[in-house]
Design a protein around this ligand. Structure first.
Ligand SMILES: Nc1ncnc2c1ncn2[C@@H]1O[C@H](COP(=O)(O)OP(=O)(O)OP(=O)(O)O)[C@@H](O)[C@H]1O
Length: 260
């Protein structure tokens, strides 16, 4: 399985936002997408999900399973999104409903997309909560999102994203809103899930330090273009583009040493 973005251009109301982005995601690999605010990281993820804002015009290709996602009719795209391609956002509140129990959110998703029965869905939900390391998964099933800490809520949002066994996971700044102390745990979890489930992960973050801890491949964006891409070690040790070098130079020394 792979997802290949080729020469993706996105205009919104005539303003160029992405100017020819190319990226490859592979099963079992975390691809980190870094770059400053406004460089187009989020738009790249949203394009894969078919969730670009109104007025967006696209060209290029996003090939997934032999189909160009940019050409899919909305109904089919809906089936791919949430099924084979799932997402996790910065704020778990975006994906979790405050009035529904954790269990209900997990099972409704599975019953809707996978057509599972009640008991089967429940069993799988508890298993997923265990997979994302929620302590006391069976009790957590009946609780509401606000009864968990921010880090635990993000774990639950990841469990919801995994409910339909996606092949691709788009994680947009998944640790930015969390305490530094819990960030590493979430990153390790994503890394572990990527390995265990063979997920292709696109990890979007403005923080090169964060992503260098878990990414296999790193791409750096600037002004709607990928200016550098390659294996993490190479990009961090021998950046080719001056912009990547500038980003690296802004990291604290300790982080640079530890993470290359
Ligand atoms: N709904 C929208 N309509 C029009 N333009 C938008 C919209 N959302 C974002 N943009 C523009 O698209 C460009 C790329 O934004 P994007 O959110 O992809 O950047 P980013 O690299 O993810 O930055 P950040 O880290 O701040 O999220 C920016 O110039 C932004 O102003």
């Amino acid at each position: 399985m792979s997802l290949r973005i080729t020469d993706l251009k996105v205009d919104i109301h005539g303003r160029p936002i992405l100017k020819g982005v190319s990226l490859d995601l592979r099963a079992g690999q975390v691809h980190g997408l870094a770059g400053e605010s406004g460089s187009g990281k989020t738009m790249t993820g949203l394009a894969v999900l078919g969730l670009l804002p109104h007025g967006a015009r696209t060209s290029g290709a996003i090939d997934f399973d032999g189909r160009n996602l940019l050409d899919l009719p909305p109904k089919e795209l809906n089936r791919v999104r949430g099924g084979q391609i799932a997402m996790v956002f910065q704020d778990p509140a975006t994906s979790l409903h405050p009035m529904l129990t954790v269990g209900r959110q997990l099972t409704e998703h599975m019953r809707h997309h996978l057509g599972l029965g009640r008991a089967e869905a429940r069993e799988r939900a508890v298993e997923l909560l265990g997979k994302v390391r929620i302590p006391g998964a069976a009790e957590a099933f009946g609780r509401y999102p606000h009864q968990f800490s921010g880090g635990m809520r993000q774990r639950i949002a990841i469990a919801v994203a995994l409910a339909c066994s996606p092949k691709v996971l788009i994680a947009d700044e998944p640790t930015t809103a969390l305490d530094v102390t819990v960030q590493a745990g979430i990153l390790r979890l994503l890394r572990g899930l990527c390995d265990e489930l063979g997920l292709a992960v696109l990890l979007v973050t403005h923080d090169l330090g964060v992503m260098s801890a878990v990414a296999d491949e790193v791409s750096v964006m600037k002004d709607g273009l990928v200016v550098e891409t390659g294996p993490r070690g190479r990009v961090l040790r021998e950046p080719e583009h001056p912009y990547t070098r500038a980003l690296l130079d802004s990291l604290p020394e300790s982080v640079r040493e530890e993470r290359t």
